[in-house]
Write a protein that binds this ligand. Structure first.
Ligand SMILES: CC(C)(COP(=O)(O)OP(=O)(O)OC[C@H]1O[C@@H](n2cnc3c(N)ncnc32)[C@H](O)[C@@H]1OP(=O)(O)O)[C@@H](O)C(=O)NCCC(=O)NCCS
Length: 288
């Protein structure tokens, strides 16, 4: 049976998120998480539908891709087909050939699990590698230490505060209260929380969104940031600790995050909050 690529209909997106949840396994190499789709949901369900690609064989979903922008496809595969030659070959062809309608001509990146055969086949098709990223993981078997600051779980009435911290932390952020509402309306957010840290004077200084993939599975931090006027005072460490604690409350077995290795402050912040760096990973990159 051949592997067929398609776009999920609006009603199917929830099921695709469910498949991504099931593919998150403790001890396995990390891959596209329901939280990555959940964070993308800030652009609305229609945008998610336009950005998701699904590969099916005999009706069964074997791979899911998220076009995170026009030039980056983030890929997850069913764990049991990760080394399947026919699946990998079809994926590599679909990603390499612009006429297949996934990635266009010119520069493009593919994020795929490090142990997936598609990585090697893309290399054979002439793809190189992009800059190194550092995955970090904190186990959640034991309770997480207190963050030492006041943490608020964002509800609809305080979405503007969460959004304002996001914009104050990331230079090009377009996050708004409306985008928060769109995100919170998506099915991945059923297992997510936004947290905002406050300083001793009550100012909102740091924020994070955490995404559980269900009990006993790795949870994700995406995104995390500290207000640019409040850096260097331990709030990054504090919000990362609060994120880990929230994921533990949601039943996650570990907290996971990935950041560019060149971003020394972010790596240092996660390490300071008890996350352990894992071997670096790189996207596949084609320069055109
Ligand atoms: C990365 C970021 C969260 C750090 O926040 P912060 O509040 O300044 O961090 P903290 O004060 O809690 O510092 C945490 C640790 O990182 C270290 N650190 C902070 N900035 C650093 C830097 N520029 N270089 C090296 N180490 C740094 C601190 O020394 C501290 O380590 P320690 O606990 O061992 O002393 C903040 O710079 C930020 O929001 N950046 C933009 C958004 C972003 O990139 N988010 C992360 C994406 S995954």
């Amino acid at each position: 049976m051949v592997l067929v690529m398609g776009r999920p209909g609006g009603g199917e997106l929830g099921a695709v998120v469910g498949v991504l949840r099931e593919w998150q396994r403790e001890g396995a190499v990390a891959q596209l998480h329901p939280g990555d789709v959940g964070w993308f949901w800030r652009f609305g369900a229609e945008a998610v539908g336009g950005a998701v690609r699904v590969w099916r064989r005999g009706g069964r979903v074997l791979a899911v891709g998220l076009l995170d922008g026009e030039r980056l496809l983030r890929l997850a595969t069913a764990p049991e087909v990760r080394r399947d030659e026919a699946v990998a070959r079809r994926l590599a062809e679909d990603l390499s050939r612009p006429e297949r309608g996934v990635l266009g001509e010119g520069r493009a990146c593919v994020e795929a699990p490090g142990d997936a055969l598609v990585q090697e086949l893309l290399a054979e098709e002439g793809w190189g590698t992009d800059e190194p990223w550092t995955p970090l993981r904190r186990e959640l078997g034991e309770p997480v230490e207190e963050p030492g600051v006041r943490i608020e779980v964002t509800g609809p009435g305080r979405a503007h505060v969460r959004a304002a911290v996001q914009r104050a932390a990331f230079d090009n952020s377009t996050f708004t209260e409306a985008r928060w509402r769109a995100m919170a309306a998506g099915p991945p957010y059923d297992d997510a929380r936004c947290l905002v840290a406050h300083d001793e004077r009550g100012a909102a200084v740091a924020a994070v969104t955490v995404w559980s993939a269900g009990p006993g599975r790795p949870g994700l931090l995406e995104p995390m940031g500290v207000h640019r006027e409040h850096r260097g005072r331990g709030f990054g460490r504090a919000i990362a600790l609060a994120a880990a604690a929230a994921l533990r409350d949601l039943g996650a077995s570990s907290a996971f995050v990935c950041t560019p290795s060149a971003h020394r402050a972010a790596v240092a912040t996660y390490v300071s909050a008890g996350f352990r760096p894992l071997p670096e990973v790189r996207d596949r990159r084609r320069d055109g």
